[in-house]
Design a protein around this ligand. Sequence first.
Ligand code: MN
Length: 419
Amino acid sequence: MIDKNEYILRRNKFFNTLEDNSVTILFSGVGRKKSGDENYAFVPNKNFYYLTGISQENSILLLIKNDSEKLSYLFIDEKDEKIEKWIGYKLSLKEAREISGIENVCVRTTFEGKMLAFFEDNNKMGEKISKFYLDLEPELKIAESKSTLTYKKELEVVHHLEVEDCNAKIGELRKIKSEAEIELIREAIATTDLGLKHALLDLGPGKHEYNLRNSFEFAVREDQDSLFAFQSIVAAGENATILHYPQQGSMVKKDDLVLFDVGASRDYYAADISRTYPASGKYNEIQRKIYEIVLNCNKQTSKFMRPGITLFEANEFAKNFLAEECLEKGLISSREEISRVYYHSVSHFLGLDTHDFGSKEDKLVPGNVVTCEPGLYFKDLGIGVRIEDDVLITENGSEVLSDGIAKDVDAIEKMLRTR
Ligand SMILES: [Mn+2]
Protein backbone atom coordinates (compact mmCIF):
# COMPACT_ATOMS: atom_id res chain seq x y z
CA MET A 1 0.00 0.00 0.00
CA ILE A 2 1.44 3.33 -1.08
CA ASP A 3 0.79 6.32 1.20
CA LYS A 4 -0.92 9.44 -0.19
CA ASN A 5 2.18 11.48 0.67
CA GLU A 6 4.13 9.45 -1.86
CA TYR A 7 1.58 10.32 -4.57
CA ILE A 8 1.90 14.00 -3.58
CA LEU A 9 5.70 13.69 -3.87
CA ARG A 10 5.41 11.97 -7.28
CA ARG A 11 3.15 14.73 -8.61
CA ASN A 12 5.57 17.39 -7.34
CA LYS A 13 8.46 15.67 -9.09
CA PHE A 14 6.36 15.49 -12.25
CA PHE A 15 5.37 19.17 -11.96
CA ASN A 16 9.09 20.03 -11.87
CA THR A 17 9.58 18.47 -15.31
CA LEU A 18 6.76 20.55 -16.87
CA GLU A 19 6.95 23.95 -18.50
CA ASP A 20 5.47 26.85 -16.56
CA ASN A 21 1.98 27.91 -17.72
CA SER A 22 1.05 24.45 -18.87
CA VAL A 23 -1.80 21.99 -18.38
CA THR A 24 -1.56 18.21 -18.11
CA ILE A 25 -4.51 15.87 -18.47
CA LEU A 26 -4.19 12.17 -17.69
CA PHE A 27 -6.94 9.59 -18.04
CA SER A 28 -7.35 6.26 -16.22
CA GLY A 29 -9.07 5.05 -19.39
CA VAL A 30 -12.31 3.18 -19.99
CA GLY A 31 -13.05 -0.55 -20.07
CA ARG A 32 -12.26 -2.30 -23.34
CA LYS A 33 -15.03 -4.12 -25.09
CA LYS A 34 -14.50 -7.87 -25.42
CA SER A 35 -17.65 -8.99 -27.22
CA GLY A 36 -21.40 -8.33 -27.00
CA ASP A 37 -21.95 -6.33 -23.83
CA GLU A 38 -18.91 -7.81 -22.06
CA ASN A 39 -15.72 -5.89 -21.28
CA TYR A 40 -12.21 -7.11 -20.47
CA ALA A 41 -11.21 -6.70 -16.83
CA PHE A 42 -10.31 -3.03 -16.42
CA VAL A 43 -6.67 -2.06 -15.95
CA PRO A 44 -5.91 1.64 -15.41
CA ASN A 45 -3.37 3.55 -17.47
CA LYS A 46 -0.25 3.02 -15.39
CA ASN A 47 0.97 6.62 -15.63
CA PHE A 48 -2.37 7.87 -14.29
CA TYR A 49 -2.25 5.26 -11.55
CA TYR A 50 1.35 6.13 -10.68
CA LEU A 51 0.41 9.76 -10.01
CA THR A 52 -2.90 9.13 -8.20
CA GLY A 53 -3.20 5.59 -6.78
CA ILE A 54 -6.70 5.55 -8.30
CA SER A 55 -7.55 2.44 -10.34
CA GLN A 56 -11.16 3.28 -11.17
CA GLU A 57 -12.10 3.64 -14.81
CA ASN A 58 -13.29 6.94 -16.32
CA SER A 59 -11.18 9.01 -13.92
CA ILE A 60 -9.18 12.09 -14.93
CA LEU A 61 -6.22 13.92 -13.41
CA LEU A 62 -5.88 17.61 -14.30
CA LEU A 63 -2.66 19.39 -13.39
CA ILE A 64 -2.24 23.12 -13.92
CA LYS A 65 1.14 24.81 -13.56
CA ASN A 66 0.46 28.52 -13.67
CA ASP A 67 2.96 31.19 -12.58
CA SER A 68 4.74 28.39 -10.75
CA GLU A 69 1.55 27.60 -8.80
CA LYS A 70 0.78 23.87 -8.90
CA LEU A 71 -2.88 22.84 -8.92
CA SER A 72 -4.17 19.26 -8.95
CA TYR A 73 -7.74 18.18 -9.69
CA LEU A 74 -9.15 14.69 -9.80
CA PHE A 75 -12.43 13.78 -11.49
CA ILE A 76 -14.19 10.48 -10.75
CA ASP A 77 -17.62 9.03 -11.52
CA GLU A 78 -20.40 10.06 -9.19
CA LYS A 79 -21.57 7.30 -6.89
CA ASP A 80 -24.81 5.82 -8.19
CA GLU A 81 -26.65 3.21 -6.13
CA LYS A 82 -28.48 1.83 -9.17
CA ILE A 83 -25.26 1.27 -11.12
CA GLU A 84 -23.51 -0.13 -8.05
CA LYS A 85 -26.22 -2.79 -7.84
CA TRP A 86 -24.86 -4.10 -11.13
CA ILE A 87 -21.17 -3.47 -11.16
CA GLY A 88 -20.25 -3.02 -7.51
CA TYR A 89 -18.70 -0.44 -5.30
CA LYS A 90 -17.35 2.88 -6.53
CA LEU A 91 -15.13 5.31 -4.65
CA SER A 92 -16.66 8.31 -2.90
CA LEU A 93 -15.02 11.69 -3.44
CA LYS A 94 -13.70 11.50 0.14
CA GLU A 95 -12.12 8.07 -0.40
CA ALA A 96 -10.48 9.24 -3.63
CA ARG A 97 -9.11 12.23 -1.72
CA GLU A 98 -7.65 9.96 0.96
CA ILE A 99 -6.01 7.61 -1.54
CA SER A 100 -4.54 10.25 -3.83
CA GLY A 101 -3.84 13.15 -1.47
CA ILE A 102 -5.62 15.43 -3.96
CA GLU A 103 -7.86 17.96 -2.17
CA ASN A 104 -9.89 18.94 -5.22
CA VAL A 105 -11.83 15.81 -6.13
CA CYS A 106 -14.79 16.53 -8.41
CA VAL A 107 -17.55 14.59 -10.11
CA ARG A 108 -16.53 13.34 -13.56
CA THR A 109 -19.45 15.03 -15.37
CA THR A 110 -18.12 18.47 -14.39
CA PHE A 111 -14.85 17.97 -16.29
CA GLU A 112 -15.96 19.21 -19.73
CA GLY A 113 -17.59 22.30 -18.20
CA LYS A 114 -14.47 23.09 -16.20
CA MET A 115 -12.34 22.80 -19.32
CA LEU A 116 -14.66 25.06 -21.35
CA ALA A 117 -14.48 27.72 -18.60
CA PHE A 118 -10.71 27.30 -18.60
CA PHE A 119 -10.44 27.80 -22.38
CA GLU A 120 -12.62 30.95 -22.15
CA ASP A 121 -10.53 32.42 -19.34
CA ASN A 122 -7.36 31.54 -21.16
CA ASN A 123 -8.63 33.29 -24.30
CA LYS A 124 -9.39 36.43 -22.31
CA MET A 125 -5.86 36.39 -20.91
CA GLY A 126 -4.35 36.21 -24.37
CA GLU A 127 -3.81 32.44 -24.37
CA LYS A 128 -1.36 32.59 -21.55
CA ILE A 129 -1.36 28.81 -21.33
CA SER A 130 -0.52 27.34 -24.70
CA LYS A 131 1.16 24.09 -23.70
CA PHE A 132 -0.80 20.89 -23.05
CA TYR A 133 0.59 17.56 -21.99
CA LEU A 134 -1.21 14.27 -22.65
CA ASP A 135 -0.15 10.65 -22.34
CA LEU A 136 -0.27 9.72 -26.03
CA GLU A 137 0.01 5.97 -25.54
CA PRO A 138 -1.87 4.97 -28.71
CA GLU A 139 -4.00 2.27 -27.12
CA LEU A 140 -5.34 4.49 -24.34
CA LYS A 141 -9.11 4.76 -24.79
CA ILE A 142 -10.66 7.65 -22.90
CA ALA A 143 -14.20 7.14 -24.18
CA GLU A 144 -15.99 4.49 -26.26
CA SER A 145 -14.53 5.71 -29.55
CA LYS A 146 -11.98 8.25 -28.40
CA SER A 147 -8.30 7.95 -27.57
CA THR A 148 -5.85 10.57 -26.29
CA LEU A 149 -4.73 10.88 -29.92
CA THR A 150 -8.18 12.08 -30.99
CA TYR A 151 -8.28 14.37 -27.96
CA LYS A 152 -4.91 15.81 -29.05
CA LYS A 153 -6.34 16.71 -32.48
CA GLU A 154 -9.33 18.37 -30.83
CA LEU A 155 -7.07 20.51 -28.62
CA GLU A 156 -4.88 21.46 -31.56
CA VAL A 157 -7.62 22.18 -34.09
CA VAL A 158 -10.38 23.65 -31.91
CA HIS A 159 -8.33 25.36 -29.23
CA HIS A 160 -5.04 26.02 -31.09
CA LEU A 161 -2.96 24.48 -28.29
CA GLU A 162 0.44 22.88 -28.53
CA VAL A 163 0.19 19.28 -27.32
CA GLU A 164 3.18 17.29 -26.12
CA ASP A 165 3.43 13.64 -25.08
CA CYS A 166 4.33 13.32 -21.38
CA ASN A 167 4.56 9.52 -21.41
CA ALA A 168 8.36 9.49 -21.20
CA LYS A 169 8.48 12.16 -18.48
CA ILE A 170 6.42 9.94 -16.17
CA GLY A 171 8.29 6.85 -17.38
CA GLU A 172 11.57 8.38 -16.25
CA LEU A 173 10.14 8.89 -12.75
CA ARG A 174 8.76 5.33 -12.71
CA LYS A 175 12.21 3.90 -13.42
CA ILE A 176 13.42 4.75 -9.91
CA LYS A 177 11.51 2.78 -7.31
CA SER A 178 10.75 4.00 -3.79
CA GLU A 179 11.04 1.79 -0.70
CA ALA A 180 7.28 1.24 -0.80
CA GLU A 181 7.37 0.15 -4.45
CA ILE A 182 10.26 -2.23 -3.82
CA GLU A 183 8.27 -3.71 -0.94
CA LEU A 184 5.29 -4.34 -3.25
CA ILE A 185 7.57 -6.06 -5.78
CA ARG A 186 8.98 -8.18 -2.94
CA GLU A 187 5.43 -9.16 -1.97
CA ALA A 188 4.59 -10.07 -5.57
CA ILE A 189 7.74 -12.22 -5.66
CA ALA A 190 6.81 -13.95 -2.37
CA THR A 191 3.37 -14.78 -3.79
CA THR A 192 4.98 -16.10 -6.98
CA ASP A 193 7.19 -18.32 -4.81
CA LEU A 194 4.11 -19.73 -3.05
CA GLY A 195 2.56 -20.48 -6.44
CA LEU A 196 5.66 -22.24 -7.73
CA LYS A 197 5.94 -24.36 -4.57
CA HIS A 198 2.30 -25.36 -4.96
CA ALA A 199 2.79 -26.27 -8.62
CA LEU A 200 5.79 -28.42 -7.70
CA LEU A 201 3.52 -30.64 -5.59
CA ASP A 202 1.90 -31.66 -8.87
CA LEU A 203 4.98 -31.80 -11.09
CA GLY A 204 5.57 -35.17 -12.68
CA PRO A 205 5.05 -37.24 -15.82
CA GLY A 206 1.44 -37.66 -16.92
CA LYS A 207 0.39 -34.18 -15.82
CA HIS A 208 -0.50 -31.63 -18.46
CA GLU A 209 1.13 -28.23 -18.68
CA TYR A 210 -2.23 -26.66 -17.85
CA ASN A 211 -2.49 -28.75 -14.66
CA LEU A 212 0.74 -27.17 -13.47
CA ARG A 213 -0.31 -23.71 -14.60
CA ASN A 214 -3.64 -24.07 -12.77
CA SER A 215 -1.87 -25.29 -9.66
CA PHE A 216 0.40 -22.23 -9.74
CA GLU A 217 -2.49 -19.86 -10.37
CA PHE A 218 -4.68 -21.42 -7.68
CA ALA A 219 -2.09 -20.73 -4.97
CA VAL A 220 -1.49 -17.20 -6.23
CA ARG A 221 -5.19 -16.37 -6.16
CA GLU A 222 -5.52 -17.91 -2.71
CA ASP A 223 -2.82 -15.55 -1.42
CA GLN A 224 -4.78 -12.36 -0.72
CA ASP A 225 -6.66 -12.80 -3.99
CA SER A 226 -3.49 -11.82 -5.86
CA LEU A 227 -3.55 -11.17 -9.57
CA PHE A 228 -1.11 -12.01 -12.36
CA ALA A 229 1.40 -9.66 -13.93
CA PHE A 230 1.10 -11.52 -17.27
CA GLN A 231 -0.20 -14.77 -18.72
CA SER A 232 1.53 -17.66 -16.98
CA ILE A 233 3.78 -19.76 -19.19
CA VAL A 234 4.27 -23.46 -18.40
CA ALA A 235 6.14 -25.33 -21.13
CA ALA A 236 7.40 -28.91 -21.11
CA GLY A 237 10.21 -30.38 -23.21
CA GLU A 238 10.53 -28.89 -26.68
CA ASN A 239 7.69 -26.43 -25.97
CA ALA A 240 10.06 -24.55 -23.66
CA THR A 241 12.03 -23.41 -26.72
CA ILE A 242 9.04 -21.19 -27.66
CA LEU A 243 9.54 -18.05 -25.59
CA HIS A 244 5.90 -17.02 -25.08
CA TYR A 245 4.46 -20.53 -25.53
CA PRO A 246 0.69 -20.05 -25.36
CA GLN A 247 -1.06 -23.43 -25.71
CA GLN A 248 -0.09 -25.41 -22.59
CA GLY A 249 -2.03 -28.53 -23.53
CA SER A 250 0.84 -31.00 -23.77
CA MET A 251 1.36 -33.88 -21.41
CA VAL A 252 4.59 -33.83 -19.42
CA LYS A 253 6.90 -36.75 -20.22
CA LYS A 254 9.24 -38.48 -17.78
CA ASP A 255 12.42 -36.99 -19.25
CA ASP A 256 11.08 -33.46 -19.78
CA LEU A 257 12.31 -30.29 -18.23
CA VAL A 258 9.38 -28.02 -17.41
CA LEU A 259 9.86 -24.26 -17.72
CA PHE A 260 7.71 -21.88 -15.68
CA ASP A 261 7.77 -18.17 -16.61
CA VAL A 262 5.27 -16.66 -14.21
CA GLY A 263 4.56 -13.65 -12.05
CA ALA A 264 2.04 -12.51 -9.50
CA SER A 265 1.31 -8.81 -9.08
CA ARG A 266 0.59 -6.70 -6.01
CA ASP A 267 -1.22 -3.37 -6.54
CA TYR A 268 -0.17 -3.77 -10.21
CA TYR A 269 3.54 -4.14 -9.31
CA ALA A 270 4.86 -7.15 -11.18
CA ALA A 271 7.05 -10.11 -10.34
CA ASP A 272 8.59 -11.89 -13.34
CA ILE A 273 10.22 -15.19 -12.47
CA SER A 274 11.39 -18.18 -14.53
CA ARG A 275 12.45 -21.54 -13.15
CA THR A 276 13.09 -24.83 -14.98
CA TYR A 277 12.44 -28.11 -13.16
CA PRO A 278 13.00 -31.79 -14.08
CA ALA A 279 9.72 -33.75 -14.31
CA SER A 280 11.43 -36.88 -12.96
CA GLY A 281 12.78 -35.05 -9.92
CA LYS A 282 16.36 -35.27 -11.16
CA TYR A 283 18.20 -33.50 -14.00
CA ASN A 284 19.83 -36.01 -16.37
CA GLU A 285 23.39 -35.44 -17.55
CA ILE A 286 22.73 -33.28 -20.60
CA GLN A 287 19.95 -31.34 -18.84
CA ARG A 288 22.24 -30.65 -15.91
CA LYS A 289 25.05 -29.53 -18.20
CA ILE A 290 22.82 -27.00 -19.96
CA TYR A 291 21.04 -25.98 -16.75
CA GLU A 292 24.25 -25.15 -14.94
CA ILE A 293 25.52 -22.97 -17.78
CA VAL A 294 22.32 -20.93 -17.60
CA LEU A 295 22.43 -20.87 -13.79
CA ASN A 296 26.01 -19.59 -13.70
CA CYS A 297 25.19 -17.04 -16.37
CA ASN A 298 22.21 -15.88 -14.29
CA LYS A 299 24.40 -15.45 -11.20
CA GLN A 300 27.30 -13.75 -13.00
CA THR A 301 25.06 -11.41 -14.97
CA SER A 302 23.13 -10.20 -11.91
CA LYS A 303 26.48 -9.48 -10.24
CA PHE A 304 27.58 -7.61 -13.38
CA MET A 305 24.49 -5.37 -13.14
CA ARG A 306 25.36 -2.21 -11.22
CA PRO A 307 25.07 1.58 -11.57
CA GLY A 308 26.55 2.79 -14.85
CA ILE A 309 25.97 -0.45 -16.76
CA THR A 310 23.37 -0.57 -19.56
CA LEU A 311 21.05 -3.50 -20.26
CA PHE A 312 22.68 -3.72 -23.69
CA GLU A 313 26.03 -4.30 -21.97
CA ALA A 314 24.45 -6.81 -19.58
CA ASN A 315 23.11 -8.73 -22.57
CA GLU A 316 26.49 -8.71 -24.31
CA PHE A 317 28.02 -10.01 -21.08
CA ALA A 318 25.46 -12.81 -20.79
CA LYS A 319 25.65 -13.72 -24.47
CA ASN A 320 29.46 -13.96 -24.35
CA PHE A 321 29.29 -16.06 -21.21
CA LEU A 322 26.78 -18.47 -22.79
CA ALA A 323 28.76 -18.64 -26.05
CA GLU A 324 32.01 -19.42 -24.27
CA GLU A 325 30.51 -22.09 -22.02
CA CYS A 326 28.49 -23.75 -24.79
CA LEU A 327 31.55 -23.84 -27.03
CA GLU A 328 33.75 -25.29 -24.30
CA LYS A 329 31.17 -27.97 -23.44
CA GLY A 330 30.70 -28.89 -27.11
CA LEU A 331 27.08 -27.74 -27.33
CA ILE A 332 27.81 -25.42 -30.27
CA SER A 333 30.65 -25.48 -32.77
CA SER A 334 31.28 -21.75 -33.23
CA ARG A 335 30.70 -18.58 -31.18
CA GLU A 336 28.27 -17.26 -33.80
CA GLU A 337 26.07 -20.31 -33.30
CA ILE A 338 25.01 -18.90 -29.91
CA SER A 339 22.23 -16.94 -31.68
CA ARG A 340 20.62 -20.25 -32.62
CA VAL A 341 20.23 -21.31 -28.98
CA TYR A 342 19.89 -17.91 -27.23
CA TYR A 343 17.51 -15.56 -29.01
CA HIS A 344 16.18 -12.97 -26.57
CA SER A 345 17.63 -10.31 -24.28
CA VAL A 346 18.81 -10.91 -20.77
CA SER A 347 16.90 -8.09 -19.12
CA HIS A 348 14.12 -5.54 -19.12
CA PHE A 349 12.90 -2.98 -16.61
CA LEU A 350 10.19 -4.17 -14.22
CA GLY A 351 7.51 -2.30 -12.28
CA LEU A 352 3.88 -1.35 -12.84
CA ASP A 353 4.29 -2.96 -16.25
CA THR A 354 6.09 -6.28 -16.67
CA HIS A 355 8.08 -4.75 -19.50
CA ASP A 356 8.41 -1.39 -17.81
CA PHE A 357 9.60 1.95 -19.16
CA GLY A 358 13.34 2.12 -19.86
CA SER A 359 15.62 1.37 -22.80
CA LYS A 360 18.63 -0.86 -23.36
CA GLU A 361 20.88 2.21 -23.63
CA ASP A 362 19.95 3.72 -20.25
CA LYS A 363 22.72 3.54 -17.67
CA LEU A 364 21.42 1.76 -14.58
CA VAL A 365 21.03 3.82 -11.40
CA PRO A 366 20.19 2.84 -7.81
CA GLY A 367 16.47 2.15 -7.45
CA ASN A 368 16.05 0.54 -10.88
CA VAL A 369 14.45 -2.89 -10.85
CA VAL A 370 15.28 -5.13 -13.81
CA THR A 371 15.10 -8.81 -14.66
CA CYS A 372 18.04 -11.13 -15.20
CA GLU A 373 16.92 -13.96 -17.45
CA PRO A 374 19.45 -15.87 -19.51
CA GLY A 375 18.24 -18.98 -21.33
CA LEU A 376 19.37 -21.73 -23.67
CA TYR A 377 17.07 -23.47 -26.11
CA PHE A 378 18.00 -26.67 -27.95
CA LYS A 379 14.99 -27.65 -30.04
CA ASP A 380 16.77 -30.74 -31.37
CA LEU A 381 17.34 -31.97 -27.81
CA GLY A 382 13.85 -30.99 -26.65
CA ILE A 383 15.40 -28.83 -23.94
CA GLY A 384 14.63 -25.21 -23.05
CA VAL A 385 16.04 -23.64 -19.90
CA ARG A 386 15.45 -20.13 -18.60
CA ILE A 387 16.28 -18.89 -15.10
CA GLU A 388 14.90 -15.45 -14.36
CA ASP A 389 15.28 -13.30 -11.27
CA ASP A 390 14.22 -9.77 -10.37
CA VAL A 391 17.14 -7.52 -9.50
CA LEU A 392 17.28 -4.22 -7.60
CA ILE A 393 20.15 -1.91 -8.51
CA THR A 394 21.77 -0.58 -5.32
CA GLU A 395 24.40 2.10 -4.60
CA ASN A 396 27.26 -0.36 -4.97
CA GLY A 397 25.90 -3.15 -7.12
CA SER A 398 22.70 -5.16 -7.11
CA GLU A 399 20.43 -7.22 -4.92
CA VAL A 400 18.59 -10.25 -6.28
CA LEU A 401 15.10 -9.74 -4.84
CA SER A 402 14.02 -13.27 -5.80
CA ASP A 403 17.06 -15.02 -4.35
CA GLY A 404 14.77 -16.93 -1.98
CA ILE A 405 13.25 -18.95 -4.83
CA ALA A 406 15.40 -22.07 -5.15
CA LYS A 407 17.44 -22.37 -8.35
CA ASP A 408 20.53 -24.44 -7.48
CA VAL A 409 20.42 -28.02 -8.79
CA ASP A 410 20.81 -29.59 -5.35
CA ALA A 411 18.20 -27.34 -3.77
CA ILE A 412 15.67 -28.09 -6.50
CA GLU A 413 16.28 -31.85 -6.48
CA LYS A 414 15.98 -31.87 -2.67
CA MET A 415 12.75 -29.89 -2.86
CA LEU A 416 11.37 -32.41 -5.35
CA ARG A 417 12.46 -35.37 -3.19
CA THR A 418 10.96 -34.07 0.03
CA ARG A 419 7.70 -32.57 -1.22
MN1 MN B 1 10.94 -11.26 -18.10
